[in-house]
Each structure stands twice: as C-alpha cells, then as structure tokens.
Write a protein that binds this ligand. Structure first.
Ligand code: THU
Length: 152
C-alpha cells in the first residue's frame, strides 16, 4: 500500500527523547520523505518525520502548487497526516533538506507545531546528516496557543 512506505511502527519507548536506533530511524524517515517532495518551482526538497507519543512515525514532504501560495511545507504535511489518523501527542520531529546548513522550519510551521504542545523536540539536520535539536519552546518563544484562548 502506498501509505505503508512512509509510515512505520518502530519499537520506540513511549517517553523522552528518541535515542540510538529510534532516533536514527526518525532521521532516516525524514530523508526518505524528502525524496517524495513535489517542488518543481523552488527545487528545494524538504522531508519531515514526526514521532508520536505512541511511537509511530508519520512523514511528509513539501507539496508545491502552480498557484504558489498554496504550497505546503513538509512539516505541516507530516502533522496533518498524523492528526488525520488520530494522533495529537508528539515527541519529536526530524527535518531534512539538501542544504549545507541546518534546515529550520518557517514561522507558520512553528505555530502549527506549537498547537500540539511546547515541550517536544525538533531535529534540524544538514544534508551531511548532522543535526542540532531544539525544543519547540526555543523555536517559538512567547507563543500563543490553545491554552491562551481560555484566559479571557
Ligand atoms: N520548506 C519546507 O517544506 N520546510 C521548511 O522547513 C522550509 C521550507 C519548503 C517550502 C517550499 O516548498 C520550499 O521549501 C522553498 O521554500
């Protein structure tokens, strides 16, 4: 099945930062997802892999459009896939591109990530496979989220 290629069920313990093999798998899935990027306009492929609290991985790529503004980033593709299959609790995301520098998510993606909590990790990778890891709180400080709507 088409979907099975990008969705796996690894033996990831249900808490904390992924390490060792589970982390390598998450990074690998982000690189694999990049291969599916539909980016004829920017020619800037991006892949993302999202690890749920339950240990499943949902991956996504950027999907551009001839009506440029309708393009969607890899990070949001992965989140929408996970949400639409019933997963709302996330532990980590890995992002891959062909850049010689660490890929960093755009502001829109940071806000969409933040919707699902501020205490999870984002692995920003370089094309050579090295990475840095940032908490969502670091990527989007002083953020506005669902809790704020209850403060009125
Ligand atoms: N893009 C992503 O998918 N994720 C990022 O983190 C940065 C940018 C996409 C959007 C667009 O399709 C292309 O990369 C160039 O901006």
């Amino acid at each position: 099945m088409e979907g099975d290629r990008q969705r796996t069920t690894p033996p990831v313990p249900p808490q904390g930062q992924p390490q060792g093999e589970p982390l390598q798998l998450l990074l690998h899935c982000s690189r694999e997802a990049k291969k599916c990027a539909y980016c004829p306009y920017s020619r800037f492929p991006v892949g993302a892999a999202l690890l749920t609290a339950g240990g499943e991985i949902f991956s996504g790529c950027n999907v551009e459009n001839a009506c440029y503004s309708l393009g969607v980033c890899a990070e949001r593709t992965a989140i929408q896939k996970a949400i639409s299959e019933g997963h709302t609790s996330f532990r980590a995301m890995a992002i891959a591109s062909d850049m010689g520098d660490f890929i960093t998510p755009c502001g829109a993606c940071r806000q969409v990530m933040r919707e699902f909590g501020t205490d999870w990790d984002v692995y920003l990778t370089k094309a050579d496979g090295t990475y840095i890891v940032k908490r969502l709180e670091e990527l989007l400080p002083l953020s506005f989220g669902p809790e704020d709507l209850k403060k009125v």
